[in-house]
Design a protein around this ligand. Structure first.
Ligand code: TRP
Length: 444
């Protein structure tokens, strides 16, 4: 059994924070956040999103990190060790969610590879001619090609997980996250100075609460869980590789902050461009891939910018995808499988499950009227992740409370000023809010 073997650990505190931020920052921030915001009315949605992140998201993230570090095990194993009974089912639900999310995530990850390459092979000329939408439509309906790129993306993901914690995941996140941040700042400069950008800024920054419905609040909740990598044991798994000296509350708040910054910045790039180029803000999953090439095409050195951006988007997606595969693999590794075995076998299964999502971009298959990819996204983001969040909160708030308090204060050696707020959010506020949002807003 692997029990006797020393558990792998992050090399440093900053390594852990960047790896966790690497998990959080991904397609969720740059691809999903803008289009979900666009579909749900803009600025008012963003405000609701921020409130959810810093009240519910932060609390659930800290809860997950504490559970993982205490138990030193994967999502399922942590619940068995700390509680037993039916609790491991929460971990199981997480592993299932990880399977589902990565299956469609890798499809979009594949788009980033395609767009990176195509940046140098004609995308800029087409975008300059106003045909970015046609290029996108042509690509996603070419199913064979989409599946090939999806396979490429999965292969790289498997490879990094295969390499392990310090030498794989941590090493890459440390370099790539700061680079992404920098390029976003440069792109904002270009985007907000486009002619007609003002309307986009208004849509994005001036709240109109009449646009908010139950469904949009539920979408904000789903987006928060997805973007922060919460509700499925990802932060439990990453927390299990943290040493006993790291202060968890500080780490959790930093990860929430970095993740939110990147999402907000991505919106500042996308929305001015959406309005400047007359794209429909509610256009859905293609939004980023249609508007950004048009922005790049207007910059000197278009190819370079476009190439650089899609390279970084690929990397952001990769550091998230590895965390999804890590959750699934860690379960089997703690069961005694070798790391390569777990990474390869699970990676291949997830690839196969993703094929219908890749095909659905061309219009079929559908699940109860939704595209397969949208359906997988909806079930995981809007149902499984928030539900996981409810159980994780209840666990900390009611069943494991005094141990949780010890864990987040490193056995009482540091103070955590928000302790009682955290406990009450876990106990009542988060579960009640999530269930209420479910009840009023969950709309297929
Ligand atoms: N947070 C990532 C993103 O924003 C996606 C992701 C990685 C994720 N790990 C997760 C989502 C775990 C939910 C749960 O792109």
């Amino acid at each position: 059994m692997t029990q006797d073997v020393q558990r792998e650990q992050w090399g440093s505190k900053i390594g852990f924070i960047l790896a966790a931020a690497g998990s959080a920052v991904g397609l969720g921030n740059i691809w999903r956040f803008p289009y979900v915001t666009g579909q749900n009315g803009g600025a008012a949605f963003v405000l609701i999103y921020l409130a959810i992140v810093f009240i519910i998201g932060f609390s659930v993230m800290l809860a997950e990190m504490a559970i993982g570090r205490k138990a030193q095990l994967n999502a399922v194993g942590s619940f068995s060790k700390l509680a037993g009974g039916l609790w491991p089912l929460v971990g199981w639900m997480g592993v299932a969610a990880g399977f589902i999310i990565l299956s469609f995530y890798a499809v979009i990850g594949g788009w980033t590879i395609k767009y990176f390459i195509h940046s140098f092979t004609g995308l800029m000329a087409d975008a300059a001619a106003g045909k970015a939408g046609d290029v996108f439509g042509g690509f996603v309906t070419n199913t064979m090609q989409v599946i090939l790129y999806q396979a490429g993306f999965m292969l790289v993901t498997i490879w990094v997980v295969y390499k392990g914690i310090g030498e794989g995941i941590e090493k890459y996140c440390k370099i790539l996250m700061p680079a992404l941040f920098l390029i976003l700042l440069i792109l904002i400069g270009r985007s907000v100075t486009l002619e007609g950008a003002g309307k986009g800024l208004e849509f994005y920054l001036k709240p109109d609460f009449s646009k908010i419905t139950g469904a949009s609040i539920s979408a904000a909740l789903g987006q928060a869980f997805f973007s922060l990598s919460l509700g499925m044991g990802c932060m439990i798994t990453y927390g299990s590789y943290v040493d006993r000296k790291t202060a968890l509350p500080g780490a959790a708040i930093q990860v929430c902050f970095i993740d939110t910054m990147v999402a907000i910045l991505a919106g500042l790039v996308i929305f001015p461009a959406v309005f400047a180029f007359g794209v429909d803000a509610g256009a859905g999953p293609g939004l980023t891939f249609v508007t950004l090439p048009s922005v790049f095409a207007k910059m000197p050195g278009a190819m370079i910018w476009s190439g650089l951006f899609f390279l970084l988007l690929f990397i952001a997606a990769l550091t998230s995808a590895i965390s999804l595969l890590e959750v699934v693999s860690a379960y089997f590794i703690d069961k005694g499988w070798s790391r390569p075995q777990a990474a390869i076998i699970m990676g291949l299964l997830i690839f196969v499950l993703g094929i219908p999502s890749a095909m659905s971009l061309a219009g079929a298959p559908k699940v109860a009227g939704k595209d397969f990819l949208d359906a997988m996204d909806f079930i995981s983001s809007n149902v499984l992740l928030p539900l996981g969040g409810v159980f994780i909160s209840l666990f900390v708030g009611w069943f494991w409370t005094s141990d949780a308090e010890k864990e987040v204060t490193n056995e009482g050696t540091l103070t955590f000023g928000l302790m009682s707020m955290w406990i009450w959010v876990c106990r009542v506020i988060a579960p009640a809010a999530i269930l209420y949002i479910f009840y009023t807003g969950l709309k297929w």
